[in-house]
Design a binder for this molecule. Structure first.
Ligand code: ADP
Ligand code: MG
Length: 328
């Protein structure tokens, strides 16, 4: 199968798809460029995320889940800015064309894309080691984007999470697959879902416009991701480590494992954000509206560092680094 057949067969959204009816898309796949019509009063939000086999996903992931995850991590960046999804492009390097792989991948991709009315409008396809790069476009009213730079001294720090779940599940399953921790057999499936099928918190990001002073999505670990907010906002934070929400499976692990997974975790794709105490009721209402939980885990402080405390008020040594590429 040639490059063009492959694109037509697997990556041209069905004409019936709700995404193709989007009024912002003048022209999608098929010409030299896609044509988008930005709405008046909106800023375009643009972000790219690349996924490499072995580095960002395990080779054991199913093609359908990989299609979901590749788009989900990009949507998560829009969520962190409070932006509404518009469209995306897909650049794919494939070692060979496997119809089964392409079918599964495009199914996972389009299921999520249609959920968010986010149209695939172009891309590039080439032969090479498996690599997926998506560029996503969203829109947010001028001046309303949730930036990293707006946190203020005294703001509460919140994380989003499912009502029954928490932060750190993706890291926990990774540690279990590496045989570093032991898990009961029935724990694997729900935790694998958390790692391979993250839910981007688009609705929450949009609901937090005008309420959150800063936000970022949790992709590399809570301490490291929060540090980006603190640096951009030139403030520090006090974090109550025992207040960080955890799934019951993670609660059953030794304290050190719980701390590693919640503080250094990675691949959570929840939102961490700040908001003044006076807006607490609005934060909770926004979360309730999105059928999500949010938990306050600390406070923004003046001095520019992260200080960790346990439930008894004892200082916890911060040895929790987040994932970094090019680490020596
Ligand atoms: P060009 O030569 O201008 O780069 P291509 O021949 O690579 O264009 O692509 C033809 C059309 O197919 C373009 O509209 C391009 O955006 C689209 N396309 C290519 N690869 C993909 C892909 N993986 N997913 C979606 N659209 C794609
Ligand atoms: Mg091309």
């Amino acid at each position: 199968m040639g490059e063009f057949d492959l694109i037509t067969r697997y990556f041209r959204a069905p004409a019936s798809a709700s995404t193709s009816a989007q009024h912002n898309i003048e022209m999608g796949i098929g010409d030299d460029c896609a044509l988008l019509k930005p709405s008046a009063g909106m800023s375009l939000a643009v972000s790219t995320d690349m996924l490499l086999e072995g580095r960002h996903f395990l080779s054991t992931i199913s093609p359908q889940r990989l299609g979901h995850k590749a788009l989900a991590v990009n949507l998560s960046d829009l969520a962190a800015m409070g932006a509404k999804p518009l469209a995306f492009t897909l650049s794919l390097a494939l070692p060979h064309v496997s119809p089964t792989w392409c079918e599964g991948f495009s199914r996972g991709l389009f299921l999520l894309a249609e959920n968010h009315r986010c149209a695939l409008v172009g891309g590039d396809t080439t032969c090479g080691p498996l690599c997926i790069s998506i560029t996503i476009l969203g829109e947010v009213p001028h001046g309303m984007a949730l930036k990293r730079s707006g946190a203020q001294e005294g703001d509460d720090i919140y994380v989003s999470h499912p009502a029954q779940g928490g932060i750190g599940d993706a890291r926990l399953i990774l540690e279990a697959l590496r045989k570093k921790v032991h898990l009961p057999g029935d724990a694997f499936e729900p935790l694998l879902d958390r790692m391979e099928m993250p839910t981007p918190r688009i609705n929450l990001g949009m609901a937090l416009r005008g309420i959150a002073t800063s936000a970022i999505d949790l992709s590399d670990g809570l301490v490291g991701d929060l540090a980006h907010i603190l640096k951009a906002s030139q403030v520090g934070a006090r974090i109550e480590v025992d207040a960080i929400p955890r799934s019951h499976i993670l609660y059953q692990q030794p304290v050190e494992v719980q701390r590693l997974c919640t503080l250094s975790g990675g691949d959570d794709y929840e939102l961490i954000f700040t908001s003044p105490r006076s807006k607490r009721a609005q934060v909770l209402a926004a979360a309730h509206h999105c059928q999500l939980a949010v938990t306050a885990i600390g406070r923004i402080e003046e001095h520019e560092e992260i200080r960790l405390y346990d439930a008894r008020g004892h200082f916890v040594t911060n040895s929790y680094t987040s994932f970094e590429h090019f680490q020596s």
